[in-house]
Design a protein around this ligand. Structure first.
Ligand SMILES: [Zn+2]
Length: 216
């Protein structure tokens, strides 16, 4: 959603906004590595909010797609790379301000940098809310926003049925886990698994609806 909001000041370069929105999601795909490590009994330490949440990753995304754009002689790939870099950077900044622990901004050097070491005691509920419920709410709102753009610009009409399904899927997950949380129940493994399904779905839905982002 932060990525979508940049379109007012980044201009209408092809694939730029697509890159920014995808870039805003990309850093947390490192949770897939955490899941693989968890399932195989490996160490999860140092996998999340490290390399994909660093300035090095921002630079790497820009450089890799700049080179692809040069090789293919197609400026759109460079735009995609600039967008990815911007999106990843915005994600990192939001994490540093809102999340309950920092990011390894200067990875592979330095430790966690962020506003909080942990939330103050009075905000402990926010930890569980963020960990188990909030992601589903915001995935749902993001899909709703994509759908409202698609209707406004008359794009991706043939996909809107599926989009609506996924949107309600996310709102339903939010409702279920929020109620469970109110009842004092935590299901970290289940909600974590559904979170992975959700973030991959959002990544591919964004690519599927690139025409809508191009029209915005
Ligand atoms: Zn993150």
């Amino acid at each position: 959603m932060v990525g979508m909001a940049t379109r007012k000041w980044t201009g209408a370069r092809e694939w730029l906004l697509l890159g920014t929105v995808l870039g805003s999601v990309t850093p947390d795909l490192d949770n897939l590595a955490v899941a693989v490590a968890t399932l195989t009994g490996g160490a999860t330490e140092g996998l999340h909010r490290t390399v994909t949440h660093s300035l090095l990753f921002v630079e790497a995304a820009i450089i890799v797609f700049y080179v692809i754009g040069m090789v293919k002689k197609d400026a759109r790939w460079k735009n995609l790379g600039y967008g990815l870099g911007l999106g990843i950077l915005l994600h990192i900044l939001v994490d540093m301000v809102l999340w309950f622990n920092g990011v390894y901004l200067l990875w592979p050097m330095g430790g966690e940098i962020g506003l909080w070491k942990e939330y103050p005691a009075g905000l402990a509920w926010l930890y569980d809310f963020n960990e188990q419920a909030a992601e589903f709410l915001f995935f749902g709102i993001f899909l709703w926003a994509l759908g409202s753009w698609a209707r406004k610009f008359g794009t991706d009409g043939e996909f809107l049925g599926k989009l609506r399904f996924w949107m309600w899927f996310e709102f339903a997950l939010f409702a279920i886990f929020f109620v469970l949380l109110l009842l004092g129940k935590k299901f970290a493994i289940v909600s974590g698994g559904l979170y992975l399904v959700s973030i991959l779905m959002v990544f591919f839905v964004t690519i599927r609806m690139r025409k809508t982002l191009e029209a915005a």
